[in-house]
Unconditional design. Sequence first.
Lengths: 194, 177
Amino acid sequence: MDAQERAWLAQYRAGDVEALAHLVERYRRPLFGFIHNMTEGRGDPEGIFQETWIRAIQKLPDFRDDNLMGWLYRTARNLVIDQFRKNRFRAEMPVSDDERESNWVERIADAQPGPDRTVAGRELGVRIRQALSQLPREQREVFLMRMQGDVPFREIASIQRVSLNTALGRMHYAVRRLRDLLKDEYSVWTGNES
Amino acid sequence: MNENKHQNRIYLKDAGELDPRDDAELKRHLRDCPDCRTLTAELAALHRATDIATPESRLPQSSLDIILNEARRAQKNSGISHFTRGRKRPFWGIPLAAAAAAALLLSVRALLWVPANRPEFANKPIAAVDPDGWLESFGQELDAMDLWMAGLQTEFESRDELDGLATELLALEGEQS
């Protein structure tokens, strides 16, 4: 947490509820993005976001850790897993992978354009989200927590209850898989156009 | 195996978790390893890509309202502020303290109860049975306690004062035990 976030937390603990609004806004985009990418837009990402904060409210008075973001990710991740468990049987509907994926991507692309609002930026965002959705859940979790939430690897390892080396290995597999899935984009990004 | 070590160090460096000694070693390694330099560039690119892939989604006002209302409710339930939570004096201390004081008074009274059929020593002058004046001073203490109890009854409505008294009594009890 930076100094401003610590100050908001202190103000909230002193009774200033509006200070919490600043914290929610500060973490909104990465946290909501993580939930969205983990649920692939299905279920109730907004509900999970709210529930994450409601749990945080119960925890904040006694929160002594310096990594609120890591804690929020941990809670959100557990809620996403719970939702998948609850909806496991409902999810077994005869919908093809292509159809499911295209629905999800369309919903996000239509309703929530990324920061780069050009058509090219939107298309790129869609392709990246498609690639992310093809990663195994554990690898996607590590990748999103690290790249989107800036959660340290040691915290990720603790959240996933694995060793640091396993978390790093999952990250590396995710990067390698994305390298294959986003071959065209990669050549431009890394300057290795052939 | 060695390559894995360097890859892990690249990820840890990106996360700001790399030990300074390993960092120096990694820098030396990067000079000679094009694959690791590519991985470093990939990570930087993936940061940008992930940012693009993150839905912008504005949080609906209704969601924020739900969160803030929950926070207000939590703060209201826990007292004026979270800092005072847990320090609130217990209300049950008042009747407990009053009962303890009454029990003490009754037990002392019972010890000093004088039967109607007074014993022989009761008819003697007090100086004969209590040459040191102990009984007299103890009687004065009892009178003071009576006054204190009367005051306690009249001031019973002053809850804060009684609450403080109860807390002090409980603290004293805690120290003694």
